[in-house]
Design a binder for this molecule. Structure first.
Ligand code: PLP
Length: 359
């Protein structure tokens, strides 16, 4: 069986050696030495101003909305994982969708200004599949209309834009370290901001609002990452470059094999990409269905990321988003992971090519 992804697991002895440190200290959470070490490693590797590791990649979105004191409408993308939109609603705000660019799959900045109303407080955009948004255009619009910017950078670990970590952009950026993501701690995530004062506020909020043992800075929640999660991150960390390299090579092999048969995502030019996903778009929904059926019959399970387009979900009921809905109905993320063999990429590509040419 070949799934869309397979979690990268470091040698278990290496994981155990790190876990042993937690055992020896009898210290499992509340920002122990493993969490601090993981934060330091990420911060130094990518030259990041401030990082706060968290227990997943969804709470950071909610905490960011809370700490930026956003109200009313938040402009967002319909082409993302549900957490992007559900966080807005969970925080009592209203998601206003703006359609995506059909080549990059990211929110289309040309359509953002039309969606701004006196109630708009922010833009929450996803760097879809790790591909950077039009960051400069979004920053300009935000400045002009006095809006905050949050980037859901759940897929973007390791990506840089204009020679800076992608996490340095926006008022706040968030990441997910979920087991299906390119860098993982089992469950986990992080908050990033260049603003030290805002960082402190995020920090308090992620730990019940605690200011020392007896005092409270204000309202908070529990989004703390544990030592057990950090241990996994530390064990995966030394393999990052090998993971990026392997994925790049498999990604490029897919591109070579499927060139002319499907549409690929257009990656921004001034970025260092992480090859976190290989989405392909078919000409029609029927073509996609035929390919999915054929691959499934061969025990290959790609995923339709992102389908449905978030504006169409019943409890959300947003405006029609023609581009997002069209891409959603025709997009497929093909298997891509460290242990995938090149022969498997060839097998999958051949099945797809044959399926398409039979139509
Ligand atoms: C995975 C993901 C999240 C949520 O991250 P978790 O760590 O699973 O909570 C948020 N946004 C996007 C775009 C994601 O893909």
């Amino acid at each position: 069986m070949i799934n869309v992804t397979q979690t990268f697991l470091p040698p278990i002895e290496e994981y155990n050696a790190i876990l042993k440190r937690a055992w020896e200290k009898k210290w499992l959470t509340n920002r122990g030495e493993l969490v601090l070490e993981l934060e330091d490693k990420i911060k130094n590797k990518y030259h990041i101003s401030n990082i706060l590791a968290t227990t997943n990649g969804t709470l950071p979105l909610q905490i960011a909305i809370k700490c930026l004191e956003l109200k009313g409408e938040i402009i967002t993308t319909p082409f993302s994982y549900i957490a992007t939109t559900s966080s807005i609603i969970w925080e009592g705000c209203h998601p206003v969708f703006v359609d995506i660019d059909e080549e990059t799959f990211n929110i289309d900045p040309l359509k953002i200004e039309r969606a701004i109303t006196p109630k708009t407080s922010a833009i929450l955009a996803t760097h879809v599949f790790g591909n950077p948004c039009k960051i400069d255009a979004i920053a300009k619009i935000a400045k002009k209309h006095n809006l905050k910017v949050i980037y859901d950078a759940a897929h973007s670990f390791g990506v840089s834009y204009n020679n800076q970590s992608i996490f340095e952009y926006g008022d706040v950026s968030t990441c997910s370290f979920h087991a299906t993501k390119i860098f993982h701690t089992g469950e986990g995530g992080a908050l990033f901001t260049k603003d030290k004062e805002l960082y402190n506020k995020l920090y308090y909020h992620h730990n019940f609002g605690h200011k020392g043992a007896l005092d409270f800075h204000g309202l908070g929640i529990n989004a703390k990452i544990s030592e057990l999660q950090a241990a996994m991150g530390l064990a995966v960390f030394p393999y990052l470059e090998a993971i990026f390299e392997r994925r790049e090579s498999l990604y490029k092999r897919y591109q070579k094999e499927l060139k002319g048969s499907v549409q690929f995502q257009k990656i921004e030019s001034n970025c260092d990409y992480n090859y976190s996903y290989i989405p392909v778009v078919f000409k029609t929904e029927k073509q996609l269905q035929d390919v999915v059926n054929l691959l499934n019959n061969n025990h290959i399970y790609p995923r339709q990321y992102f389908n449905p387009s978030l504006n169409t979900i019943a409890y959300i009921n947003g405006d029609v988003m023609p581009v997002s809905e069209s891409i959603s109905s025709r997009v497929l993320c093909l298997p891509l992971y460290f242990d995938l063999a090149e022969a498997q990429v060839l097998l999958i590509s051949n099945l797809i090519r044959n399926c398409i040419s039979n139509e």
